[in-house]
Ligand binder design. Structure first.
Ligand SMILES: N[C@@H](CCC[C@H](N)C(=O)O)C(=O)O
Length: 284
């Protein structure tokens, strides 16, 4: 029987099994099936997926993200904050500012300490990508897909598509409690116009610097929070003239709040908490 030590962490309820590959080993061919198994609430540990904290040749540490269906994503905002907390508290890094490599590039992390422990993390998520081919989304041309008519499952929606290293589509609703998460989420996620699938976000604007947010995540379904999704929602809202650039925006997710700022230099800053739940050993 094979085994590895893990730490379960969450960021606003978006919970993953974190494995420190500086010390542990999981064979590459086992990664997808192990992610599915550990995520199972009945027969595994129960999580939105599995995140690997790996040595990096480009940054201080490297993050790899697996959704609970075993698919690998190129980025994860909540995962980045937890990886930053883990890396700092396990002495994988020595400073309060460092870099994390992802499959979509290098990001800059700053940990915020309370009693020598990391309670919040700011990640410079880099620049959003807006071109249809960068999202990727088929059927559109030009520099961006902002407030475009899209029909899904017989319903016409107005959507804005944004890549934060992973694909997102944002729809605005009048009442977040009535967002069609469970009905439209899975339909939009698998629509062939998104050749790599898509994370689906519903947003209710409260005022110029505050919004409610719910998400159907690609590969994981409904989660309590999505960091890249919250960044995409803020970028979308600036593009739709609903919020302003360079202004911190509070995003109220099901699991709590994130502060997101789309800076004048085009970089998106995300600030929010990261929490350890437990440590353990998983057998497979
Ligand atoms: N929860 C994450 C995003 C995880 C990956 C996503 N489901 C995808 O497949 O792109 C976040 O906090 O950003």
């Amino acid at each position: 029987m094979k085994k590895f030590a893990f730490t379960k962490m969450h960021a606003l309820g978006n919970n993953y099994i974190y494995v420190n590959l500086f010390e542990e080993h999981i064979a590459e061919e086992d990664l997808a099936s192990v992610a599915i198994k550990v995520s199972n609430v009945y027969t595994g540990i129960g999580s939105d997926g599995m995140i690997l904290i790996c040595p990096s040749t480009k940054g201080n540490v490297k993050m790899r993200v697996f959704n609970n269906d075993g698919s690998e994503a190129k980025n994860c905002g909540n995962g980045l904050r937890c990886v930053a907390k883990y890396a700092y508290e396990h002495n994988l890094v020595e400073t309060e500012e460092f870099t994390i490599e992802t499959l979509s590039g290098l990001v800059h992390a700053t940990v915020h300490l309370q009693d020598k422990k990391v309670n919040e993390v700011t990640i410079d998520m880099g620049k959003p990508k807006l071109k249809p081919a960068e999202v990727p989304m088929l059927g559109f041309e030009g520099n961006s897909i902002v407030s475009e008519k899209m029909e899904f499952g017989g319903e016409e929606l107005i959507g804005t598509a944004v890549s934060m290293g992973n694909p997102h589509v944002v729809f605005y609703v009048e009442n977040i409690e009535k967002a069609p998460l469970h009905t439209l989420g899975p339909v939009v996620e698998k629509d062939p116009r998104f050749p790599e699938g898509v994370n689906v976000e519903f947003v209710e604007i409260m005022n110029e610097s505050e919004m409610h947010f719910r998400v159907w995540e690609r590969g994981s379904g409904v989660t309590q929070a999505c960091g890249t999704g919250a960044c995409a929602a803020v970028v979308s809202s600036v593009l739709n003239n609903l919020t302003q650039k360079n202004t911190p925006t509070i995003v109220h997710l099901a699991g709590g709040d994130l502060t997101i700022t789309w800076k004048e230099n085009n970089h998106v800053l995300m600030k929010g908490p990261a929490v350890v739940i437990c440590d353990g050993v998983y057998y497979y």
